[in-house]
Write a protein that binds this ligand. Structure first.
Ligand code: PGA
Length: 254
């Protein structure tokens, strides 16, 4: 039985005060008893990690960074290493989000190095993959995602690969209000699992969590999470207000 996971990706939103308030509102609204088996992770900005870590842990949340640098330390002004992230109490780090790939030119090769750096600092990478609209329309979505998997992750040993969380986020669904259909999401999650099976075998492919992300909201979450190969969600816009985020958390397994 795979773990159910919901991750809030706040992106470049929320001041410290707003973040603290949102955590308070989410905690108040969340029925922790019925959802104790859902792993809930919040990814605020780097600068709020340390300030939010204690509060989040007390309330049953884990904390994630949204990125990290691929080198362990040095003269890289403005950058944040995996070791620094880990020192705040964060256990997870999102790597390869499409906004990082798109706006900051992060390649699969660079992302592979980030994954290595995260793992060597005992952080769990939440590795994002997903095709863009051109690839989807050209019916090249399966091969686009396979390439990201192979180039970003398939250098890992089975032991390290087994520590990952994967997030399938079709680029055309992120922040657009257009969600993948259940058929599209399940089809891709199944494809990802079968590629992992070919490389690492069934023990790993059947236990690795694969989350869906892309305009997930309280209306569509339940049917997406009901897909056999979807183990939860990576939530952007709808994680920025407590009622929507809590409704999404509560839609898993209910
Ligand atoms: P969205 O973002 O829910 O706002 O589409 C998801 C993500 O980018 O992780």
């Amino acid at each position: 039985m795979r773990k159910k996971i919901i991750i809030a990706n706040w992106k470049m939103n929320k001041t410290l005060g707003e973040g603290l308030q949102l955590v308070e509102e989410i905690t108040k609204e969340l029925n922790t008893q019925t959802q104790s088996d859902v792993l809930k992770i919040i990814a605020p900005s780097f600068i709020h990690l340390a300030s939010l870590a204690d509060k989040l842990k007390l309330n049953g949340f884990e904390i994630a960074a949204q990125n990290c640098h691929h080198i362990s330390k040095g003269a890289y002004t403005g950058e944040v290493s995996a070791e620094m992230v880990a020192s705040t109490g964060a256990k997870y780090v999102i790597i390869g989000h499409s906004e990082r790939r798109m706006y900051f030119g992060e390649s699969n090769d660079l992302l592979a190095q980030k994954v290595n750096s995260a793992l060597s600092n005992n952080l769990t990478p939440v590795f994002c993959i997903g095709e863009n609209l051109t690839e989807r329309n050209a019916n090249k979505h399966l091969e686009a995602v396979t390439k990201q998997l192979k180039e970003g992750l398939f250098h890992l040993s089975p032991t390290d690969f087994g520590k990952l969380i994967i997030a399938y986020e079709p680029v055309w669904a992120i922040g657009t209000g257009v969600t993948a259909t259940v058929h599209q999401a399940q089809g891709m999650h199944n494809h990802i699992r079968s590629e992992i099976n070919k490389k690492y075998g069934k023990d790993i492919s059947s236990t690795i969590p694969i989350l869906y992300g892309g305009s997930c909201n309280p209306k569509n979450a339940k049917e997406l999470f009901a897909c056999i190969d979807v183990d939860g969600g990576l939530i952007g816009g709808a994680s920025l207000n407590a009622p929507d985020f809590v409704a999404i958390v509560n839609s898993i397994g209910n």
